[in-house]
Design a protein around this ligand. Sequence first.
Ligand SMILES: [Mg+2]
Length: 305
Amino acid sequence: MGRLGGSLLLLVALLAAAAAAAASPEESSAQVEDTAPAQHASVEAAAVSAQQQQQHHHQEQHILPRPLVIELPSSAAPPDEAFEEELPLEVRCASWRLAAEANNLAPWRAVPAECAPHVRDYVTGVAYRADLDLVARESAAYARAAPRGDDGRDAWIFDIDETLLSNLPYYADHGYGLELFDHHAFDEWVERADAPAIPSSLKLYKEVRELGFKTFLLTGRSEAHRGVTVENLNKQGFHDWDKLILRQAVDRNKTAMTYKSEKRKEMEAEGYRILGNSGDQWSDLLGSSVAVRSFKLPNPMYYIP
Ligand SMILES: [Mg+2]
């Protein structure tokens, strides 16, 4: 007990000494400043005092926390253009694709011409499939663990194009996003009702339904395409959704983000809890009344605001 008391006293004394040492530079400077005005007998002395005050100020600046700016020598940051030119095309296009997926690009209308082969190789190769599978697995893991009610009001939203159904056969004939979007040609493709399912999405869709979620399909397709959309979905193994919401005439001039946000708000007003949302565009997922968890599927071929 005595030894512990002694140690505590020693600790307190050490802390007090450390505090005094930390405070002393400011205190001693403050004393200089306090007494300095009485010594100002001449202009020279005033100049000396000003210098002292500057030194004091300088000293204070070092005591205060300094802004966390890392200053790199200018030679370490070469001009962006020169740096970019040195990069292999593959690296430039991988950067572009990552920025597109992360929603860091300004709205874009087409894949950069130099990256068309990169995007083609990605969407037709194993990487796109692997990325889709990973998103679906994470979505399913979340769906299984999400706290669900017993009132049948837990909902999951799925977008359709490039989320449940793949339009790759169409984009194969249109440069994989290199060409500007052609509504007329795309409508003709949609009316064939031949878009294949994205296998990992079909598996997720079935699991989410089996878990008891209400499934709402929320698409930018127009109401005029309801029939062919139902036909296409059924043909590919999607059944028993709770709602299929298509764009009405009144939604025609809205951005996808506004239109989809409004529809989610209506779901919430009906008492649904939107736990999950799957889409290949950020405009499927962002805005208002967003889901508890949003899952972004890859799509480097086009951008919808
Ligand atoms: Mg889509």
